[in-house]
Design a protein around this ligand. Structure first.
Ligand SMILES: Nc1ncnc2c1ncn2[C@@H]1O[C@H](COP(=O)(O)OP(=O)(O)OP(=O)(O)O)[C@@H](O)[C@H]1O
Length: 470
């Protein structure tokens, strides 16, 4: 087999130069005119006039998805995500360009689509599975599993027009999970239900991802980073960026914040106060702070105590880590400290630590907010907090040139072996409306070298464990 044939065989979806134009009519009358008059004018040999406005929902979109990839499509409302996925599923036709799909596609894109409202759930299972290309015999073989997955009890024999939206999702997901699909296309906003159902869907999805191709739309960048190995960012109908989910999501988030800041800048009430000439501030060289303090190894008191100790190796604050923001303050120091205020090079899961963040205000900050989030290797947010609630009624005003210092004391959870990072953000305003002054991805990173955490994303420190037998 030639390498070209091999690479063609490994492609699940190939989209090439895709355009989609919708015709927008100002009134239903215009639609009727469009239906009749151009034909008439053409017949009479007159110039054809159109009665619609063109709206290009997608322009020149191209990408390739390999078999077995899990791809997240992100973008703001109206950026063209659903239009793209509907075309991949064949429910919408491109205006221009091509789409090649290899394998059976099952989709959860629009609530109730693929179901006949008058049919019972049972009838719809056969109907929908048939539309997705599955034989009646095969659906019959799987019916008990589908019924158990949907778990809607007697409603299975009621017309689906009597279903709640949650029941519709359960039935739709149960069907797509049992049609031997090669490619799943899912709008994450629809795949919601109670916690048990969500967990069931996630278990199914993770198992499917071992062999199948998944394409999902999401507004949740943490989910995209956690689940996907490729991300496509659509912006106003065009591919703005695609590739590694972590960097695509970070750039997307950055652009989102910048756009929000631009909107807020137009609003005088939130306009940041710019430092005047005589308030010019020198930023201490944060590099100079490195190694200024002897780092204390918090493991020492615990050495020899246990071979299950959760050792966390902390790396120093990286002032050059990627960041964005309006630049009204600059973070100069981030570290984890012990109860004695000593900066740590190692910490131990389960012990008290203090995350200290120091930032220099380059302009007057009326209601500064300092926040952090701890993320795992996949970019999933594990935990985090900010100073907003504590200072909501008594803002900690910070003048240009002053140093803002925030401390978060907490018990470090026990972390499974792997790499982690802490993102830091400095804003001014309220939780809902604020100016983002600096948002630093991966300000400090740490590595869990060994662990006693058996399962889960983090291990909660146990105050006490007991057992007895009488
Ligand atoms: N049938 C249609 N007729 C006219 N315009 C449409 C039609 N379907 C979608 N659009 C427009 O195309 C653009 C892209 O819509 P689409 O639903 O694909 O966006 P999206 O990224 O999925 O948005 P959201 O996140 O809000 O679901 C929007 O401006 C929408 O109004």
């Amino acid at each position: 087999m030639s390498s070209d044939t091999q690479s063609a065989a490994s492609v699940a979806i190939r989209v090439n130069g895709l355009h989609k134009c919708f015709q927008i009519y100002a009134t239903p009358g215009q639609r009727l005119r469009q239906f009749v008059l151009p034909r008439l004018r053409r017949w009479l040999g007159l110039n054809v006039v159109n009665y619609y406005r063109e709206f290009w929902a997608l322009r020149d979109v191209s990408f390739e998805i390999k078999k077995g990839q899990t791809v997240g499509v992100i973008g703001r409302n109206g950026s063209g995500k659903s239009t793209l996925l509907q075309m991949i599923c064949g429910t919408l036709h491109p205006t221009q360009g091509s789409i090649e799909v290899q394998g059976r596609v099952a989709a959860l894109l629009e609530l109730g689509s693929g179901f006949n409202p008058e049919f019972t759930g049972r009838e719809n299972v056969f109907f929908n599975a048939g539309v997705l290309g599955q034989s009646e015999e095969r659906t019959l073989e799987k019916f008990a599993d589908i019924e158990a997955f949907a778990d809607i009890g007697d409603f299975m024999d009621q017309p689906v027009k009597t279903y709640s939206s949650g029941m519709l999702v359960r039935l739709a997901f149960a069907v797509i999970a049992h049609v031997d699909a090669d490619i799943l296309v899912i709008d994450e906003a629809l795949a919601v239900g109670d916690a048990f159902f969500t967990q069931k869907c996630m278990r199914f999805l993770r198992a499917f991802m071992q062999h199948g191709t998944v394409l999902f739309v999401s507004h949740d960048t943490a989910a995209v980073k956690g689940l996907c190995n490729h991300a496509i960012w659509l912006d106003k109908g065009q591919v703005r960026e695609q590739g590694d989910p972590k960097s695509v999501c970070e750039h997307y988030l950055q652009a989102y914040y910048e756009a929000q800041q631009a909107d807020q800048a137009a609003d005088d009430t939130l306009l940041p106060v710019t430092a005047s000439q005589d308030e010019t501030v020198d930023v201490p060289n944060s590099q100079g702070l490195k190694g200024a303090e002897v780092r204390f190894d918090q493991r020492l008191p615990y050495l020899n105590a246990s071979n299950l100790r959760n050792d966390l190796r902390l790396f120093e604050f990286d002032p050059d880590a990627p960041s964005f923001g309006m630049g009204g303050s600059r973070v100069v120091r981030v570290d984890l400290r012990n109860d004695h205020g000593q900066a740590l090079a190692w910490a131990v899961g389960g012990e008290n630590v203090e995350l200290t963040v120091e930032a220099v205000a380059l302009q007057h900050l009326r209601s500064p907010i300092v926040g952090f989030v701890v993320k795992d290797r996949l970019g999933q947010t594990l935990f985090g907090d900010n100073t907003f609630v504590a200072y909501e009624h008594q803002p900690c005003e910070c003048k240009a040139g002053q140093t803002l210092r925030a401390r978060f004391q907490f018990q470090m959870p026990r972390m499974p072996v792997g790499d982690y990072s802490i993102t830091i953000a400095i804003a001014d305003g309220t939780q809902q409306e604020h100016v983002q002054h600096q948002w630093i991805f991966d300000a400090i990173t740490f590595r869990s070298e060994s662990t006693s955490t058996a399962a889960g994303l983090v291990g909660i420190p146990m105050a006490h464990i007991s057992m007895d037998a009488r």
